[in-house]
Design a protein around this ligand. Sequence first.
Ligand SMILES: Nc1ncnc2c1ncn2[C@@H]1O[C@H](COP(=O)(O)OP(=O)(O)OP(=O)(O)O)[C@@H](O)[C@H]1O
Ligand SMILES: [Mg+2]
Length: 485
Amino acid sequence: MSLSKRFAKLRVDDADAFDGGVPTELAPTSTLSSIQQQVQAAEQASAPISLPVTAGNASEALSALKERVSHALYERLGSRITDSSMEESELHQFVKDELKTVVDEEQVPLSTGERQRLTREIIDDVLGHGPLQRYLDDPSVTEIMVNRADQIYVERHGQLFMTDTKFSNEEALRKVIERIVTRIGRRIDESSPLVDARLSDGSRVNAIIPPLAVNGASLTIRKFAREALTVEKLIGFGSLSPEMAELLRACVLAKMNIIVSGGTGTGKTTMLNVLSSFIPASDRIVTIEDAVELQLQQDHVVRLESRPANIEGKGEVSIRDLVRNSLRMRPDRIVVGEVRGGESLDMLQAMNTGHDGSISTVHANSPRDAVARLETLVLMAGMDLPLRAIREQIASAVNLIVHISRLRDGSRRVTHVTEVQGMEGDIVTLQDAFVFDYSAGVDANGRFLGKPIPTGVRPRFTDRFVELGIQVSPAVFGAQPARSR
Ligand SMILES: Nc1ncnc2c1ncn2[C@@H]1O[C@H](COP(=O)(O)OP(=O)(O)OP(=O)(O)O)[C@@H](O)[C@H]1O
Ligand SMILES: [Mg+2]
């Protein structure tokens, strides 16, 4: 039976059934058992089996057509598909023209609808990001996690969901990864099987392939928020209280050195962006990141991005190199996206040697853990410093730790604003100024009702506000004191 006749007969209504990436409906059990009966009968009679045509067959036929067309298209396109000198719109048109030729050559009579669908899907596969495109286009999705070709999770409103979307096979997933990576001039193959990249819209991508990824290639995309989260939005989400926002603004104006700490994906970079937005327009800011994510609104900003080694293992420029270099750029403020290595020593030294008002983030589970983590990171600088000297550096460099957690309800909240007061013996002394009020309980939907409230201990840095004439309304420290936890 010709393909077009099968289409007509089967009327594959469900668009998803046609989508190579989405599982098609299974044949009803009655059809399956009738196949089994036929098989048994055929085995007994050695007669040829005539399989009933199911939606599965049609979708297979369509996937086969799609695969053939895609293959032919890739052959025609050659290396142009990864040519980064070609404008996106130019490439788009070029692929469309080539695709038309290939589909015409197939000589399969398709209805206009089928043809459009085939074209859209192949264009998504070739130019876009295949089955991931729908999640990239969906603003409610903030993160996409492909564990392997047939298992994709997304994050919506802070919660993870498994989707029923799949790549048709490992090769299709690898094509999408390769396309992302090669467009920015990197490569991924057996000899360099992991790569950090960025989509053209700024979304952050990590890809890792076998042999390191045991179950097949894996891809993680942190979508770039089209609109940066502002302080008003964070207050709206309940992540911050207006009083705390006022306090943090005063801290940034008073040029305090601030570390934002939190676990993975808790919103550290977002908070760093918000804190940086409080920096006065007159200050010269140098930002240093692994992959640029910060969206500062000020004009006087120099953005630096580190670079991995090239194919020969040369040319790496680390965050540490950039921190050192930034000191020669006459910065008023140094904003380091995240410290995760020896650069923390250089950053602490910068904070201690007149580059006040610097801000960074560190991966940690509590403010106390943030201090411990900084100690470990300083040791990674390989300077063989005694622990006490490292702690003194931290105690005198860092003024404030803003800690964020992702709570059980999926919301991200500032759970601690903690002052680093100094040293007592060998210990860095920390004093919570605000802590999240868990005692307020949860609402009917399981959402935490509490907010960060003052502990009642007035931080010492408020003296600095007085010296600098920075006003903080009495309400900031005026609410009911909470017990520190
Ligand atoms: N307060 C918030 N409320 C809701 N969503 C938030 C909040 N802060 C950040 N997000 C969202 O959470 C995701 C992670 O944010 P962000 O990149 O700032 O986290 P991170 O801690 O820096 O992550 P990583 O550890 O991977 O660097 C983003 O999609 C961001 O838009
Ligand atoms: Mg981050």
